[in-house]
Design a protein around this ligand. Structure first.
Ligand code: GTP
Length: 913
């Protein structure tokens, strides 16, 4: 409402006011509201709507209605709901201004009617009011015909343009200078407006001043901008007046510019809210950019959190944790794979026993040093008011990387076949016969290398054979998750039938879920009985197709080269049914078939590519090692640049010798390869050294010196009560000022599992007198790294404790048998001595191990391994099922049938029994 007009009106009505700045008391204001204003409202509310057409009136109204009659805030609020303008322009507050405009316009109209008669009262004010009338009048009556109005229209044109860009010029006349000043308050949020309304006097003053300045923005566009800037700089005193023109000149433009200038300040408009949302969305998207599959630990976290990132994340390093995480970090525990109970407790600042109790209530028996997985940690932490967050480990990262690599186009690949069967049934002979069918043999350099696997290209189709020595190796690989075989060829000699290892092979293949194709070999032999083989195999669920079963049978003679082509065709037939496919376009992934340390080439591994294409120069992770494909040889020893699915290759450039069955995975770069391999190596080392953190007598002095131990806790078990008492007394007397010996628990009878758990949880050692723990208890002690010592007399135990306290305890060594090998052949090498051609029957033989020569169960020599070789290459270790050559230091009397027991000496605590 135009205060001036209102003032005029009120004066006309006989109110005792002097001008627009005058105040009235609440009662008078109320009366004004009820009479003058309401009347004006009703009068005007309909007129413009009825008179105007299209959008123009709506826009005009919207702009005009921004001005609020500051003397009548309650009314404004009360009349909000009936504003039809609201839906015409979804600017919040539109309803309010529409009322205001109505009030104002009607008043103005009235003022126009009354002003000639009362012109002598305030001439200047009246003139302004008349201007306002004339300008506002078109809103109401749409008759902008006077010359003056036309001038005004022209003068106002720039404002109109700036106004919204949507107001047609023809409406310029309907958009007078008054209009501009009248929607000043629209720029303020509703609440602010209401507050402003309450500041009646300053508001009026401001308004009065603005009336005077109206001509300035009208002059030209630029000046209006300057004005806008100028007023925007106006100090607090001129706040109302100052802000008004900003909004007044161009509402839509100022909305944009305001957004531009004050990003964080939310305008009340719904449209702006929507814009803000859009902006927020955009910012979120931005956060996702740049996520790559390298150096992934942190990068992988980006896509997870980025969706929630707001604008505040802009410009922040993407590897930084989100703000929420930083804030909540105190109540949040990051767990990678597992966390020990003690660690979990300390992170939650509670006692380990509380966590153990909580775990017990969940039915989980755990000790302080036992690790719990992420899920369990989550359950526990929640009870203590903490949150557990799954940390992105290198392994999880690589998993995510692999997932990202999946989903490419799958293409058929050749089958990977393993030949199994009883000894001497002709496995090698069949493979040789098949290899002869290889069309690639005979090509330049095509001499078959023994790399553990080879790819045969035959007229029937390509097949990759994995030449693993026996089903044990097959299963061992499988135990590492290396299921590389698609199909097993079971070789059964027709003259011998099903034998022990035939059955075993069937069990292994069936356990792996690999289909079996039977090759009945040696059919050339006069005593060959194919039907017998079929019968025996039918009993083992391998009934042949011609007998109504589902197993494909081939009759072969490797020696006479009969049925080999048919066997190759049958392999393709079975393979077709398996629909073997792989994506050759992704980064390569495969399995190590065998690996060794080569003198000239360093660590080399035969890798069967299972997915993707392996290229020279690729960076990879293999088991605990990493590397770059320096060179690749195919199974015929020829250098190649790339190898696709089902192709075995010998890879050079490894940082160490991996184990058969280890996964080989090409990663994005060296950094990723190294970080994954070192994380794996660290984990392996931690597992080996896990025991060292526990207390033990031989670590006691060390720990005392480090200030970690002030108390040696002991759990005693003895056969008789008397020993317990005597020892407990003597042990406590051993206490010095540096360390106290404390008997934590004592009891007669054997050492129990609960003793171990107690010792583990309380960092205690266990001493037993004439008692022996059971194997189960021993195993638990090993797992929990609990130092269990057995003595027969008290003073031996006391001596040990005393020595331990002064760092004098002598370490002792324990033998760990790591493997056995059977001597199959003997070679006498000049200058070197006797070399035993062995087959590793269990465990493994390590080059640096000691060895015991056993003949018919009797130890005939104990010494060190002098040499360990596989196919003329020195190797670090040979696993079960593999053959090797072993030389024993200073011992040449090796015989076929002797057993070699390899062992290593492990430093252990002194044990006196
Ligand atoms: N008559 C005949 N003899 C065969 C045939 N296939 C293999 N042999 C002979 O059987 C013997 C054992 O053959 P291999 O191929 O070494 O048998 P294997 O199953 O590989 O034996 P291991 O490697 O010891 O498990 C050799 O003397 C072969 O010459 C065949 O089809 N007919």
């Amino acid at each position: 409402m135009n205060s001036k007009a209102l003032a005029d009106k009120l004066v006309a009505k006989g109110y005792a006011i002097k001008g627009p700045s005058s105040t009235v008391d609440e009662d008078v204001a109320d009366t004004i509201r009820k009479t003058v204003l309401r009347q004006a409202n009703v009068e005007l509310a309909e007129k413009p709507i009825a008179a105007d057409r299209g959008q123009a009136p709506v826009q005009r109204r919207t702009t005009v209605i921004r001005r609020r009659p500051k003397t009548a805030p309650e009314e404004v609020a009360a009349e909000q709901p009936k504003a039809g303008d609201e839906e015409e322009r979804p600017v919040p507050g539109a309803a309010i201004p529409s009322m205001e405009r109505s009030e104002k316009e009607s008043l103005i109209q009235k003022a126009v009617e009354t002003s000639p008669a009362e012109a002598d009262q305030e001439k200047q004010a009246e003139r302004i009011a008349e201007h306002g009338d004339e300008k506002d009048a078109p809103h109401v009556i749409l008759t902008p015909t006077s010359e003056r109005e036309t001038e005004m229209r022209e003068a106002e044109a720039p404002i109109r343009t700036e106004d919204a860009g949507e107001t047609p010029e023809t409406e310029a006349a309907e958009s007078p200078a008054f209009e501009t000043k009248q929607f000043f308050p629209e720029r303020k949020p509703k609440k602010e407006k209401e507050k402003e309304v309450e500041k009646k006097l300053p508001a009026r003053k401001g308004l009065a001043r603005v009336v005077g300045t109206i001509a300035i923005p009208v002059e030209d566009d630029q000046s209006s901008q300057r004005f806008k800037k100028k007023v925007a700089r106006t100090g607090p005193a001129g706040k109302v007046a100052g802000e008004q023109p900003v909004a007044a000149v161009v509402t839509p433009v100022t909305e944009d510019s305001a957004r531009g200038k004050k990003k964080g300040k939310r305008a009340p408009g719904a449209v702006e809210e929507e814009d803000d949302r859009r902006q927020g969305k955009g910012a979120g998207k931005k956060g996702k950019k740049g996520v790559k599959f390298t150096h992934f630990g942190a990068d992988y976290q980006a896509p997870r959190g980025s969706g929630k990132k707001g604008r505040r994340d802009k410009g922040r390093d993407k590897t930084m944790p989100p703000a929420a995480e930083m804030k909540a970090s105190k109540r949040r525990i990051k767990v990678f794979e597992t966390i020990s109970v003690a660690e979990l407790a300390s992170r939650m600042k509670v006692k380990a026993s509380e966590v153990i109790a909580k775990l017990m209530s969940l039915g989980v028996m755990a000790t302080m040093n036992q690790a719990v997985d992420v899920d369990t940690a989550m359950l526990i932490a929640t009870d203590f008011g903490y949150e557990v967050e799954q940390g992105i480990t290198e392994e999880i990262g690589i998993q995510m990387f692999e997932e990202a690599e999946e989903g490419g186009e799958m293409q058929p690949r050749s089958p990977v076949v393993t030949v199994m069967g009883h000894v001497d049934h002709g496995k090698t002979s069949i493979l040789d016969a098949i290899r002869k069918t290889d069309v690639a043999v005979g090509e330049a350099g095509g001499i078959t290398q023994h790399i553990g696997a080879y790819h045969v290209r035959s007229s029937a189709g390509d097949v990759t054979f994995v030449d693993t020595p026996g089903h044990a190796a097959f299963t061992e690989m499988r135990s590492r998750g290396a299921q590389i075989t698609d199909l097993v060829i079971l070789v059964v000699a027709a003259d011998d039938g099903v034998m022990d290892q035939t059955r075993e092979a069937i069990n292994h293949a069936q356990a792996a879920g690999v289909p079996i194709l039977v090759a009945v070999n040696k059919i050339d032999k006069p005593n060959a009985d194919i039907d017998r083989v079929k019968r025996e195999l039918s009993d083992l669920n391998l009934a042949p197709e011609d007998w109504g079963g589902q197993t494909v049978y081939c009759e072969t003679s490797a020696k006479k080269n009969i049925g080999i082509d048919n066997l190759m065709e049958s392999i393709q037939l079975v393979a077709e049914m398996l629909e073997l496919k792989a994506d050759p376009t992704r980064k390569a992934k495969g399995r190590v078939v065998e690996a060794q340390l080569d003198k000239g080439r360093g660590a080399v591994a035969t890798v069967l590519v299972q997915e993707g294409t392996l290229n020279r120069g690729d960076h990879f992770v293999v088991g605990q090692f990493s590397g770059k494909v320096r060179a690749m040889l195919d199974d015929k020893g020829r250098p190649i640049k790339k190898a696709g699915p089902s192709i075995p290759v010998e890879v050079q450039g490894l940082s160490g010798v991996p184990s058969a069955g280890d996964e080989f995975l090409v990663v994005t770069d060296e950094k990723m390869a190294k970080s994954v391999s070192s994380a794996r190596a660290l984990k392996a080392r931690e597992m080996e050294l896990g025991a060292t953190s526990k207390i033990s007598l031989d670590k006691l002095f060390e720990k005392m010196n480090e200030g970690e131990v002030q108390e040696l806790r002991v759990i005693i078990r003895a056969d008789v009560q008397g020993t317990l008492e005597a020892f407990a007394k003597a042990a406590e007397e051993l206490s010095t000022k540096d360390i106290k010996v404390k008997v934590l628990h004592e009891g007669t009878g054997t050492i129990t599992e609960s003793d171990i758990l107690l010792a583990s949880a309380s960092e205690a050692i266990i001493i037993g007198f004439n008692v022996r723990p059971t194997v189960k208890v021993k195993d638990l002690a090993v797992r929990e790294n609990v130092d269990v010592r057995s003595y027969d007399v008290i003073y031996h135990a006391l001596d040990d404790i005393r020595n331990a306290m002064v760092g004098m305890l002598e370490p002792t060594f324990k033998e760990d048998v790591i493997g056995n090998a059977e001597i199959r052949e003997i070679f006498h090498v000049p200058k070197i001595g006797t070399i035993a051609g062995c087959s590793v029957t269990d465990g493994k033989i390590q080059r640096n191990a000691s060895v015991r020569v056993l003949r018919e169960g009797v130890v005939i020599f104990t010494g060190k391994i002098a040499s360990l070789r596989r196919f003329k290459d020195d190797v670090k270790e040979v696993l079960t099922g593999y053959e090797c050559g072993i030389g024993v230091e200073n011992f040449n009397d090796l015989k076929i049938g002797d057993n070699l027991e390899a062992f290593v000496l492990r430093e252990v605590e002194a044990t006196l029994e």
